[in-house]
Ligand binder design. Structure first.
Ligand code: NAP
Length: 284
């Protein structure tokens, strides 16, 4: 089975590239310098030459705060480019697997299911929602997988940031009034492989929510990281208002999966597993 993967150097893309290659699939992965999502000519050549069965788009403009000032760039990479990719998938009869975010929701209620109406409150969320909309308007054979609070190798993420801060500081201030589900790229990548068997898509096309199970806030997330690393760093919970950022964040963005039971493990176990890279810790 031939897979075309964009975002090969990113946190999720690198993990999926490795996972799918290990399973013996022919995965053709691209970084932004090898193929920019907005380079329509190059994209067409790639599709014509490779004739993929599946296209996985892990590429995105993910700088949530910077997106507030780089509006057009975020809209183009996360939004407009997806119309073109969907057209190319349709012509080459490829199935598209695209990743989206909990930030398409405004956070006014505790959990969000696939059928809830999105209403983003920042530019990043708006740009990702535009991508979702263009895919669903341009093609039928797609999976949009919304996920949240990613951590894993090869990317800037909260777990590594806290692990580094915890070694330097006695106390860190972390927001305690935003709630969501941390998700390990390795766990997500494993479930993505459930979407196809022997070139055949096995789940109904459409939108899916996949995160590690359980909900937390950033402050408790940080405390769990310190505890797992046996660091005595204290966590001071602060409000979103006190931690002034350019982009608004949803208060509650826990994604509920109502279409399929992916059997994702609790986020605490996933964090513990990821942190093993820092040292050998006792089995749980
Ligand atoms: N991170 C999170 O917490 C989170 C939460 C929810 C959903 N998501 C979604 O999950 C997916 C993966 O996120 P991630 O955190 O793994 O991303 P990431 O680590 O920031 O990686 C993004 C990737 O996109 C590539 N890219 C950026 N602009 C591009 C362009 N114009 N053309 C081609 N490639 C381009 C980058 O390539 P280069 O490095 O080569 O420039 C990089 O490989 C995204 O769709 C994101 O929206 C992420």
């Amino acid at each position: 089975m031939k897979i075309l993967l964009f975002g090969k150097s990113g946190m999720l893309g690198s993990c999926l590239y490795e996972n799918l290659s290990e399973q013996g699939h022919s995965v053709f992965g691209f970084t932004s310098s090898e193929c920019d999502l907005m380079d329509t000519k190059k994209m067409k050549i790639l599709f014509d030459e490779l004739k993929p069965d599946f296209v996985l788009n892990c590429a995105a403009y993910t700088a949530v705060d910077d997106a507030e000032k780089n509006v057009q760039l975020a809209m183009d990479i996360n939004g407009n480019a997806l119309g073109g990719i969907a057209d190319l998938c349709k012509i080459s009869k490829a199935v598209l697997i695209h990743f989206s975010t909990d930030y398409v929701f405004d956070g006014h209620k505790k959990t969000w299911k696939e059928s809830d109406v999105p209403c983003p409150i920042n530019v990043y969320g708006e740009s990702k929602l535009l991508g979702e909309k263009l895919i669903s308007e341009h093609m039928k054979k797609f999976y949009i997988i919304r996920t949240s609070w990613l951590f894993g190798e090869n990317g800037k993420n909260f777990v590594d940031t806290m692990a580094a801060l915890g070694k330097e500081k006695e106390e860190v201030s972390v927001v305690n009034d935003q709630f969501g589900s941390p998700t390990y790229t390795k766990d997500l990548a494993e479930k993505v492989c459930k979407f196809f068997v022997n070139k055949k898509p096995v789940l109904e096309y459409g939108i899916y929510h996949i995160t590690n199970s359980g909900t937390t806030n950033w402050s408790d997330f940080a405390a769990h990281i310190f505890k797992t690393l046996f660091l005595e760093t204290k966590v001071k919970g602060i409000t979103t208002e006190a931690f002034n950022r350019p982009a608004k964040r949803p208060k509650y963005s826990t994604l509920k999966s109502t279409k399929f039971n992916f059997g994702m493990r609790p986020w605490r176990k996933a964090v513990k597993d990821y942190l093993r890279k820092y040292f050998i810790i006792a089995p749980y």
